[in-house]
Write a protein that binds this ligand. Structure first.
Ligand code: PA5
Length: 398
């Protein structure tokens, strides 16, 4: 992993943050909702073994593994699986994410797709009270109950929810479903390295030990520097951060990044708006704005450098070489146009590098929240739409 915060970036005075960072380092150890900071608190050895055993059982006993969850309860797992599996070959079992919208087309068509297949379900909700996954679960369980016996269902349904308090915990106990816990002091968007993300990722056949190893290897100083740069740019009027990628497999990773940063920092009328672009595709659309539009954007570029599939071109360079050249040329062109970039380079896309990035961004998002003097771990704005929506639903059903 290489971090270049200089070539295409403004000069930043890191020293003026020394005191702030000392305080934040203490907060990360003592505050509530920071258990993700210590990877040993994300998952115990026993839980890790249980996840691996369960994943093996799932891999042998179903064609389709339905992961039901929204926000932090699905984005991490989906982003890792998309980043690390083949574009066109489905994993075995096929891992499908559900409950991420209220689309009836999606649920109906999903059912048509799975009705003759062997299915297992992992319902993931820390609170246990989120409408979208609960509605999807209700619909799919109605079908599952017609297909499988009670005993069979207890092997086919896995509930991942808060360790101590959640309606889903009661349900799992009542129906004897297999259970995994979300540590109480870890919120959804910081939960990918807990059973929330690790079970679906293991079911997809990926190595969760290496993912955790990568996270443990993260250089915290680089994450601190990156958080400082973001804060400095924000204070100078750069209100939008673009996560810029050159590999489409990373597209969902940028969805996870958007949630992580938006929910961590976007509150109290403050915060950088995270957006994402896939280049070179988006150079032919948003690229115009980046080059010549209002100067409120900066970029964090994540590029995978090493040659993977040697595809030759008539330019005397491989396709991968040209992609790398494009990445550098774009950063240079944008810099000349007044758009600054942080560059993060990975040699390869694998469990270790993705694990590293997950921890790196979690840490920098949280530090960024502290630097902005907002609570990095709540999301009051998310609750507000739920309140209004439920008011209407409940009034109409009286
Ligand atoms: O980061 C968060 O806490 C949220 O995005 C949640 O993950 C999301 O709202 C889903 O919540 P739950 O897991 O309780 O269903």
């Amino acid at each position: 992993m290489r971090f270049d915060y200089e070539t295409y970036m403004k000069k930043i005075n890191y020293e003026k943050y020394t005191k702030d960072i000392e305080g934040i380092n203490d907060n990360l150890v003592t505050d509530s909702m920071t258990d993700w900071y210590n990877i040993e608190k994300c998952i115990t050895k026993e839980e890790l073994n249980e996840i691996k055993e369960t994943a093996e059982f799932v891999r042998k006993n179903c064609d389709v593994f339905l992961v039901i969850g929204i926000g932090g309860s699905f984005l991490g797992a989906k982003s890792v699986i998309e980043a690390l599996t083949n574009y066109f070959e489905k994993t075995k079992p096929e891992v499908i994410f559900v409950g991420t919208s209220l689309s009836s087309d999606y649920l109906y068509e999903l059912y048509e797709h799975i009705k003759d297949k062997e299915v297992m379900i992992n319902l993931i909700s820390k609170s246990g009270s989120t409408l979208e996954p609960n509605l999807a679960f209700e619909y799919l369980m109605d079908k599952m109950e017609k297909k499988y016996s009670k005993e069979e269902l207890s092997k086919r349904v896995i509930i991942t929810t808060d360790r101590y308090e959640s309606k889903l915990l009661d349900l799992a106990l009542e129906k004897d479903y297999r259970r995994f816990s979300v540590p109480t002091q870890i919120g959804g968007r910081y939960s990918v390295l807990t059973p929330v993300g690790l079970l679906p990722i293991a079911v997809a056949g990926l190595d969760i030990d290496k993912l955790l190893l990568g996270a443990r290897k993260c250089d915290k100083d680089e994450a601190i520097k990156y958080a400082i740069i973001r804060n400095e740019l924000y204070s100078q009027g750069y209100y939008i951060e673009s996560f810029t990628i050159y590999e489409e497999k990373m597209l969902y990773f940028t969805e996870w990044l958007k949630q992580l940063f938006a929910e961590t920092q976007g509150k109290d009328n403050k915060g950088i708006l995270p957006i994402s672009v896939l280049n070179t595709r988006d150079l032919h659309s948003l690229g115009q704005y980046y080059q010549e539009g209002k100067r409120i954007i900066f970029e964090t570029v994540i590029n995978i450098v090493k040659e993977r599939k040697n595809i030759k071109t008539n330019y005397g360079k491989s396709l991968n070489d040209i992609n790398n050249i494009a990445c550098d040329a774009v950063a240079k062109a944008h810099y000349n146009g007044g758009v600054y970039s942080n560059i993060i380079e990975l040699d390869e896309l694998n469990e270790e590098t993705i694990g590293y990035l997950i921890y790196f961004f979690e840490l920098s998002a949280a530090i960024g929240g502290y630097l902005l003097h907002v609570n990095p771990f709540d999301q009051p704005g998310v609750s507000e739409y739920k309140r209004i929506m439920m008011e209407v639903i409940n009034n109409d059903s009286i």
